[in-house]
Design a protein around this ligand. Structure first.
Ligand code: HEC
Length: 115
């Protein structure tokens, strides 16, 4: 049995370890299918995912999969990219529309993770 003091010091460590593994877990996507979705993305984000300043398109390579998934969904839902003066966001919002469903998002992110 753990005494209360020990439990108080151990639980945050266990919780932190859980958060770490969640952050490094990879999306259940198919990178092979994702490659064909990424063909359009490469025009702005680069074939290597390093981004292109001239297109104002940020680096995607090395980014956490959960963050990429969240941002693609934010563009699709209109949480991001709808302000009338946000022309870059509007461009990306249209591009997020090329991913037809949840699985397509996971697939393209699985491919980006391998870049
Ligand atoms: C026509 C150029 C263009 C294409 C093609 C394009 N993007 Fe983007 N993308 C952008 C721009 C510009 C931004 C920055 C938007 C902003 O300023 O909010 C962006 C932002 C993003 C972000 C958010 C990055 C962050 O750090 O918040 C993700 C994720 C993303 N793009 C993924 C994709 C994917 C996946 C595809 C292919 C389906 C794609 N993009 C195709 C131009 C493009």
């Amino acid at each position: 049995m753990l005494n209360t003091r020990l439990r108080k010091s151990i639980l945050p460590i266990i919780a932190a370890a859980g958060m770490f593994s969640a952050a490094t877990a990879h999306a259940a996507g198919d990178a092979f299918k994702g490659e064909s979705y990424y063909a359009v993305c490469a025009g702005c984000h680069g074939a290597d995912g390093m981004g292109l300043e001239s297109a104002n398109a940020p680096r995607l390579q090395g980014q956490f999969d959960w963050y990429l998934i969240t941002q693609i969904k934010n563009f699709q839902s209109g949480a991001r990219g709808v302000h009338k003066e946000d022309k870059y966001g509007a461009t990306m919002r249209a591009m997020a529309g090329t991913l037809p469903n949840e699985q397509a998002i996971l697939d393209v992110v699985a491919y980006i993770n391998k870049l």
